[in-house]
Design a protein around this ligand. Structure first.
Ligand code: 0A1
Ligand code: ZN
Length: 853
């Protein structure tokens, strides 16, 4: 075997501006399934030293290259890998038009990057570096130009970015006046139907809105349209940002690598984030659709009007846009519930990433494959960092900084330095130390100790960030610590105050206190850190009962549960403190049902494993699973009557509405059912499965029936009913390995993977099955190694078709070093087998090598 060429690393420090300005991009597409012709005309003007180098994938078949209409001779250019260099001697002067005609084959594009076919429809995905698979281009975000696009095709609907300037059968022309980088280009051509509406912006511009779907799917597109209109209004009201074209199009496609894409004026969505009806989508699906529609729409300002200078700055657009979509959901739904959900997801995904071999800063300074950096750290931690900035500068400071950002950088390809400078200029603060949140990886550990003397409380904090790959020593960071004090009678004696910690160790005092309070710390999860404090179960139960801060209240309950699980997983017995405290909270009808539902959820088994590993104990997935079952059982037994009452009283009557109130009631009712499931052997679930009219309840019932071991007939009924609905069938593929008993999970996944309807090249289907297994912690990590082997087999197979999907899914292995020697040996063998695959993609090669190293 020939040794593999080492993959090239890109460094932030190597950034150089492009030597040419691109004045306009004109594209003409002659669409055909296997031989699409793309002609480009690029008007360049020299702005610095250097040759004309264009990116272009190996799949581009050159038909003609020309400058100012003169065809280039073979000696005028060289092609090496994904690069086309034009000889300086072929350039006529400082201003010229480069043009290329190339042939590409969308029908063989299974990587779904560039121009591809999904169910007979043409669509594109160009972020991060997909445009180079369409034509030769300076495919980098700091090269921006207005676009004119002509599409020739027999497909009935022909869409691109910007405003339509001409439509006739077989041809459409689009003009996008806003300069944009190539990654925001999009084209869609297919047999589509739209649901349409319009929106009058605050300055009176009327925008035509369309959500395009396949014929037959129109009745599931209404919620997406409502969400879009809410997003447009919210961005005007809260950020003063108005839409800037005559039309806004959203298209749903079935084959899509990610959730959705913010192409200028033509957002392309994974159909699971557009299509919803009560019978086919759950409350969680509806909430996610609303937030992703908002996310992509908000990118119009944070991402498109102001884009990133280079891909190292990805969190500039992603962190800010996630932060904005989180604010939007908080405003529309319940802010405390949203905050708790976001923290749960941050801990499950980003803390896990930060604590393993894939840890990287929100702004990395090197990468091998940029598509591997669309991570929880760039997105979710990127958003947390902005939340901290806002906490430090206050509402007014944040508003002033954002106004300045939009003013100063509209039309720019900006950097994290630019972003921090607007905060410094708008507020007068020095953010040099704060910048470490962007440049350093790892989750700081924050320890708090208390001292109480004569009415004075001293809080002593210390911070430390463990080493991460390539970053051994970490300097202290600025940590905003939100603190309030609760008196012994349960009343708040000091409202929330932000303590600004800047040193490795630092103390803060509170004077003039009558009696020793209980400290409510890290309110609202004011910084993404792991907090360590000595507080006994009584103290936690007290906070769960009395804190005015919903996050700390929830956290207190979660800590009680984690402590119980942790000691049970090490051979101890179930601690009654959690069971008692949760019972008191459940019976308090003044407390929001959504909040009660969150508190009744047990921390995931994966989280318990992480917690044990952190404490230096090797986690045993089987024992953790048993502890989890046992604690759930204890809750059910201790509170059976209460749970039955909740199951009955939380029933929502009348038609299904996907709003926060109804969803909250359903959530509490369904978690009560899940607990009772352990006592009634699946009786309630079976009844609900038969009677429920919405997917939220039916799917929860199906999942409970699988856990109760009585789902065979129900699974078959469900399959027959939804065989024609890909999105619902994804749920069917996902839930079987996810809810299976751990010793059967991998076998079930393997059986499902042999079915004809396991359309594995569809990213949603693949993720459903492999992700379903990975979500079963003890099942994926079964000691026999079957979970690892099954996953590795499919990652190898997928890598050859779609490297992005394989590489992303490989992160199911990222915690492998935590476990015992037997499991480590088996997971390492699986990883090595992937690494040894001939022609492994750069994507998977990077991921696997970082995990093995
Ligand atoms: N920018 C999109 C996410 C996205 C990223 C990469 C993609 O292909 C590799 C596709 C979509 C967002 O944040 O929604
Ligand atoms: Zn985004």
């Amino acid at each position: 075997m020939t040794p593999k060429k080492p993959i090239q690393t890109q460094y932030l420090a190597d950034y150089r501006p492009y030597p040419f300005h691109l004045n306009e991009t004109r594209l003409r597409f002659g669409l055909s399934d296997s031989a699409t012709e793309v002609t480009s005309e690029l008007d360049f003007t020299r702005q610095g030293e250097g040759s004309l180098i264009l990116d272009g994938g190996t799949g581009l078949d050159i038909l003609r290259l020309a400058i100012d209409g003169q065809e280039l001779a073979p000696e005028d250019f060289t092609r090496e890998g994904e690069m086309l260099s034009i000889a300086d001697s072929a350039l006529p002067g400082d201003s010229f038009t480069f043009s290329a005609t190339v042939r590409i084959d969308p029908s063989s594009n299974t990587a779904f990057e560039g121009l591809y076919l999904s169910g007979g429809m043409f669509c594109t995905q160009c972020e991060a570096e997909g445009f180079r698979h369409i034509t030769f281009y300076p495919d980098r975000p700091d090269v921006m130009a207005p676009f004119r696009v002509v599409i020739d095709s027999e497909q009935p609907v022909l869409l691109s970015n910007g405003n339509p300037v001409g439509q006739e059968p077989g041809r459409a022309e689009w003009h996008d006046p806003w300069p944009k980088p190539a990654y925001l280009f999009a084209l869609v051509a297919g047999d589509l139907v739209a649901i349409s509406d319009s929106y009058a912006t605050q300055s009176g511009r009327v925008v035509a809105l369309n959500v395009w779907v396949r014929p037959g799917d129109q009745d599931r597109a209404g919620f997406a349209m409502e969400s879009l209109i809410k997003s447009m209004k919210w961005d005007e009201e809260v950020y003063g940002r108005e839409y800037d074209l005559d039309v806004f199009n959203i298209v749903a496609v079935d084959d899509f690598n990610m959730g959705a894409m913010e192409n200028k004026g033509l957002n392309i969505f994974n159909s699971k984030l557009v299509l919803a009806s009560p019978e086919t989508a759950t409350d969680a699906d509806y909430e996610r659709i609303e937030s992703v529609i908002a996310h992509e729409y908000f990118h119009n300002w944070t991402g498109n009007r102001i884009t990133c200078r280079d891909w190292f700055q990805l969190c500039l657009k992603e962190g800010l846009t996630v932060f904005r979509d989180q604010q939007f959901t908080s405003d529309l739904r319940s802010a405390p519930v949203k905050r708790i959900e976001d923290v749960q997801s941050l801990r499950a995904r980003q803390f896990r990433e930060d604590q393993g071999p894939l840890a990287h800063p929100p702004r990395p300074d090197h990468y091998r494959e940029i598509n591997n950096f669309y991570t929880a750290t760039v997105y979710e931690k990127g958003a947390e960092v902005i939340g901290m900035l806002k906490r430090l500068v206050g509402e007014d400071g944040y508003k002033a900084a954002l106004d300045l950002y939009f003013d100063r950088h509209d039309g720019d390809a900006a950097t994290i330095e630019d972003w921090l400078l607007v905060f410094e200029d708008a507020t007068g603060r020095d953010l040099a130390q704060f910048k470490r949140w962007y440049t350093d990886a790892g989750t700081p550990r924050l320890r708090m100790d208390e001292e109480w003397t004569d009415g004075t409380l001293t809080l002593r904090f210390s911070q430390e960030t463990p080493p991460t790959p390539g970053q051994d020593d970490k300097q202290p960071r600025v940590i905003p610590i939100a603190v309030g004090l609760i008196g012994p009678n349960g009343d708040e004696t000091r409202p929330t105050e932000i303590l600004e910690m800047t040193d490795a160790q630092q103390s803060f005092t509170f004077e003039g206190l009558g009696a020793r309070p209980v400290v409510s710390v890290l309110r609202g999860f004011s910084a993404p850190v792991v907090l360590d404090r000595d507080l006994d179960d009584a103290g936690r139960a007290f906070l769960l009962a009395h804190d005015t801060d919903p996050f700390v209240r929830w956290e207190a309950g979660r800590e009680l549960a984690l402590n119980a699980l942790q000691s049970m997983a090490q051979g101890g017995s179930a601690d009654p403190a959690y069971v008692d405290a949760i019972g008191r909270l459940m019976s308090d009808d003044d407390v929001d049902p959504a909040f009660r539902a969150l508190c009744l959820q047990l921390p995931a088994e994966e989280e318990v494993a992480g917690r044990l590993a952190h404490a230096g104990v090797t986690p045993d997935p089987d024992t953790i699973h048993a502890a989890h079952m046992q604690l759930a059982h204890s809750v059910a037994e201790a509170h059976e009557d209460l749970l039955i009452r909740l199951y009955q009283s939380m029933e929502v009557t009348g038609g299904y509405r996907p709003d926060a109130q109804d969803a909250a009631q359903r959530a509490l009712r369904l978690i009560a059912m899940a607990r009772l499931n352990l006592l009634d052997g699946g009786e309630r679930a079976a009844t609900l499965f038969e009677t429920a009219g919405n997917m939220t309840e039916r799917f929860a019932a199906l999942s409970a029936m699988i856990r109760a071991g009585r789902a065979d007939a129900a699974l078959e009924t469900f399959r027959q009913e939804f065989a024609d609905n890909r999105l619902v069938m994804d749920k069917w593929f996902m839930i079987q390995p996810a809810a299976a008993s751990p010793d059967q999970a991998a076998t079930i996944a393997a059986e499902l993977s042999q079915r004809d309807d396991f359309e594995w090249k569809n990213p949603n289907r693949f993720r459903a099955l492999l992700g379903g297994l990975a979500a079963n912690h003890a099942g994926f990590h079964a000691a026999d190694g079957l979970g690892y082997d099954f996953t590795a087999d499919w990652l190898i197979r997928m890598d050859a078709a779609n490297p992005q999907i394989a590489a992303r899914m490989s992160t199911v292995f990222e915690t492998w070093k935590r476990y015992d020697a037997g499991r480590r040996e088996k997971s390492l063998a699986a990883l090595q087998r992937i690494a040894a695959t001939p022609r492994l993609s750069r994507n998977s090669e990077e991921m696997v090598s970082r995990m093995i190293e």
